[in-house]
Structures are given as structure tokens and as C-alpha cells.
Design a protein around this ligand. Structure first.
Ligand SMILES: Nc1nc2c(ncn2[C@@H]2O[C@H](COP(=O)(O)OP(=O)(O)OP(=O)(O)O)[C@@H](O)[C@H]2O)c(=O)[nH]1
Ligand SMILES: [Mg+2]
Length: 421
């Protein structure tokens, strides 16, 4: 399950056609699984799909099919089977019964593996380790040697008895407790930073992985952001201050991407990273408009936002990568299914101005207008009060300056507080 080995592991992908999932969707899901596998460092040597009327409790797929895949793996010299569906611990174990040297993992394990690889900061590493341990805890019996490698020798050699598993479970639970405490501590530090940002309008970029969120962040801020043509390039949240024509300023955040069936533990342990999304005033949902799965991506995003209780937030739908769309039929289709969608190309800076206008319109809709007065000896406060707001009127009298300003409730509130000093 870990791809840390020097040579690329050869993998066979397996998908099931059943229930609502038709053949075309399964193939699209397997395309995505292939990208995930490659990001994790595996080489795909085969793909298998099976039509299922009902799920087989022993192998998920049919027994005959399972045996056939194991034979095929031997012929292709594959070491790894990757299921697009979640397997329960027993199903994985049963596969192991068919072949000793074949590893069997599911989509969640694969995603967790990529997160582990891409985590750079202390926080991301802690979050990923927590999610990972929670994932393996109920699967401990089968994760044996892998776990041993990962936890640096905790646990016994393969083949040891049940008691050792109990010991491992206890150690893992202790480690989970420690990681949770550590995340709480990191979170408290963030609260201090967060207080400073309270008076600003917050815009959060969310979207499917690889949709171009970081590229959009870069286009809107003009700053260099880490961008890669791979899944889950971004795991931490980046926040930048954006100012538009001197009249509007807001905080923009870019964060970890979403994916279909994002393991629940990951969403939970990334909660604090996703705080900017949860507490945002406006969410920009970025879709890769050139993807055939654009509708499914949107569905996934909405599901995760719901899980984060951020589904009632105000949103703007950004249809990115329009430079890749050729033919007016597709554009017409996109306009029909997403009448409010804003078509852009973050990479080519197409219609970024339009998007900026849409953002400022939302800000204006919630904007407040107030009159404030600053005595002459409050020159500094006066200067600050004119930042990030629209100055509608300015008049001078004997004692000071009177302003009529319009801005976001957060900003206005802050300025009013400064006049009370
Ligand atoms: N053609 C085209 N490619 C784009 C556009 N926007 C982004 N890309 C490319 O899409 C790939 C992913 O871009 P990122 O900005 O890293 O995407 P992301 O959503 O931040 O991805 P993760 O952080 O991995 O979830 C990169 O290769 C970008 O160059 C666009 O408007 N047009
Ligand atoms: Mg990114």
C-alpha cells in the first residue's frame, strides 16, 4: 500500500458496474483512479471491470473474477490491485488468501497515500497521520507488515499472534490521542491569527483537485503560488490579501482540493485547514469546465461543503479552463447547465476581470454606508479608514475631517471601532 519503494509498483485497477454506476461512469472513475495511482507512484498494467447485480461479500466482485484477476496479475508481473470501491477489511484479507505476494488496496488508501507524500508542513503531516491511523485501526490484521514499516518497528513481524495486534491497537489509539492534542494546539495558534483577519471580507476558493484553484489564486493576486499538474498539489491553505481598484479589498484563500469519495477521516482531520472555507463570506467554486465529469465534480464539492456545514454560504461558480474548450456547442451546453457560471481561463488570464467584478458586486450587495468623523490629530486612523472602502464624500470643518464611506460590514465595523477610541 505504500509506494515508497524505489521501483514503480505495477498495478491493476478494478471497477464494478453496478447500481447507479454505468459502464461509462466506471471507465471515467477508472481514468481518475489511474491518475491517482500515477500520482502515488504506481504503473498501471491493466484494468478490469465487472458488471455486478449484487456485491459479493467475500471479494466485492465475483469469486471467479477474483481468481481470474489474481492469475492475470501473475502473468503481468503486477504487485498491486487497486479497487475503485471501498473494500471492507475482510474482503482485503480474502484476496490475500488467494495470493500471498499481492497487495490489495482501495481508493481511500490510495488517496491517503498521496496526502502522506504531499504533506509538507507540520500541520498537514499531523492531519494526514491522524486520518491514516484512523483508517488502518479497524484494518490492522491485514496491514501488518505495512504498519510495521510505517511505524518504525512498532508491532511484531508478520505471523505473530493476536495479542500483538492488541498491543498495536493500543499504541495506535495512544498516538491518535496525541495527534489530536497536537492539532488542537496548532488550531489555537491559528485563532490568534484569525482575530486579526476578522474585519476583512473573506473569499475562499474551493474545487475539485486539479481544477486550477491555485492558478486562479495566482491570477487574482498576481503572486506566485505552487502549481502542479498533479492531484493534491496543495494541502495547506494559502491566504493573500487582494485589493481591487483601491475601493475593495478582501482576503482570498486557496486550499486542499476535493475528490469523489474523499475519505471521511481526511475531511474530519483537515477541518482546521478548511476553516477559511467554513468562515468565508463568499465561496468561489472552481470547476474544470473542460472535464466531462464537471457535473459530478460539482456534486462532490457540494457534498463536502455540506459535510463542513458550509453549504449555505454565498457562492460564485467559476468555470475554468475554457481555453481548452473547442466548439461553441460545449460552451452553449455549459451556459445552459450553469446559467450563473462565470467562464474564465486562470492560466491565460481570460475574463479574470469579469470574475473580479462579480466578487466586488457580491461585496457591494452586503456593503454598508456610514458617516464618520476624525479629528485632525487622528491622521493615522483617517488614512486607514479610507483603505479598502469607497469614499463617497469628504468634507473638512474646523475640527477635522468628515467622511461618507461604503464598504463591507466587516470593514465598516472595524473603522467605526477605530473612531470610538
Ligand atoms: N489549459 C488550462 N490549464 C489550466 C488552467 N488553470 C489551471 N490549469 C492547469 O491545471 C493544472 C492544475 O492547476 P492547479 O492550479 O495546481 O490546480 P489546483 O486546483 O490548485 O490543484 P490541487 O492543488 O492539486 O488540488 C496545472 O497544470 C495548471 O497549469 C486554465 O485555465 N487552462
Ligand atoms: Mg492547488
Amino acid at each position: 500500500m505504500s509506494f515508497e519503494a524505489e521501483k514503480l509498483e505495477k498495478a491493476i485497477l478494478i471497477g464494478a458496474i453496478h447500481g447507479r454506476v454505468d459502464e461509462q461512469s466506471v471507465n471515467e472513475h477508472l481514468d481518475e483512479l489511474e491518475l491517482l495511482s500515477e500520482t502515488a507512484g504506481a504503473e498501471i498494467v491493466g484494468r478490469v471491470t465487472q458488471r455486478l447485480l449484487k456485491i459479493n461479500p467475500t471479494f466485492f466482485i465475483g469469486k471467479g473474477k477474483a481468481e481470474q484477476i489474481v492469475r492475470q496479475a501473475k502473468e503481468l508481473d503486477a504487485d498491486l490491485l487497486i479497487f475503485d470501491e471501498d473494500l471492507n477489511p475482510a474482503q482485503t484479507k480474502n484476496f490475500q488468501g488467494l495470493s500471498d505476494n499481492l497487495k490489495v488496496i482501495d481508493r481511500s488508501a490510495l488517496i491517503l497515500d498521496i496526502f502522506r507524500k504531499h504533506a509538507k508542513t507540520k500541520e498537514a503531516k499531523t492531519q494526514v497521520e491522524l486520518a491514516h491511523l484512523q483508517y488502518i485501526l479497524p484494518r490492522l490484521t491485514r496491514m501488518w507488515t505495512h504498519l510495521e514499516r510505517q511505524m518504525g518497528g512498532i508491532g511484531a513481524r508478520a505471523g505473530a499472534g493476536e495479542t500483538q495486534i492488541e498491543v498495536d491497537r493500543r499504541l495506535i489509539r495512544q498516538r491518535i490521542g496525541k495527534l489530536k492534542k497536537e492539532l488542537n494546539r496548532i488550531d489555537r495558534e491559528r485563532v490568534t491569527q484569525g482575530k486579526r483577519r476578522k474585519d476583512q471580507f473573506k473569499v475562499a476558493i474551493v474545487g475539485y483537485t486539479n481544477a486550477g484553484k491555485s492558478t486562479l489564486m495566482q491570477a487574482l493576486t498576481g503572486e506566485k503560488i505552487y502549481i502542479q499538474d498533479q492531484l493534491f498539489a496543495t494541502l495547506d491553505t494559502t491566504i493573500r490579501s487582494v485589493s481591487f481598484k483601491g475601493t475593495h479589498s478582501f482576503l482570498l484563500s486557496d486550499t486542499v482540493g476535493f475528490i469523489r469519495k474523499l475519505p471521511h477521516h481526511l475531511v474530519a482531520s483537515f477541518r482546521s485547514t478548511l476553516k477559511e472555507v467554513i468562515e468565508g463570506d463568499l465561496i468561489l467554486i472552481v470547476l474544470d469546465a473542460s472535464s466531462q465529469q464537471v457535473m459530478e465534480h460539482l456534486e462532490t464539492i457540494r457534498t463536502v461543503l455540506k459535510e463542513l456545514k458550509a453549504d449555505k454560504h454565498q457562492t460564485l461558480l467559476v468555470l475554468n479552463k475554457i481555453d481548452l474548450i473547442h466548439g461553441s456547442a460545449r460552451i452553449a451546453y455549459l451556459k445552459r447547465i450553469f446559467p450563473d457560471g462565470i467562464l474564465v481561463s486562470a492560466l491565460n488570464h481570460l475574463r479574470i476581470d469579469q470574475l473580479m467584478k462579480n466578487i466586488t458586486t457580491v461585496m457591494d450587495e452586503s456593503a454598508q454606508t456610514v458617516n464618520v468623523f476624525f479629528p485632525f490629530d487622528q491622521g493615522r486612523e483617517l488614512a486607514i479608514a479610507q483603505e479598502g472602502v469607497e469614499v463617497l464624500e469628504r468634507s473638512y470643518d474646523d475640527d477635522g475631517v468628515r467622511l461618507k464611506i461604503r464598504g463591507s460590514p466587516q470593514r465598516i465595523n472595524r473603522i467605526l471601532l477605530s473612531t470610538e477610541k
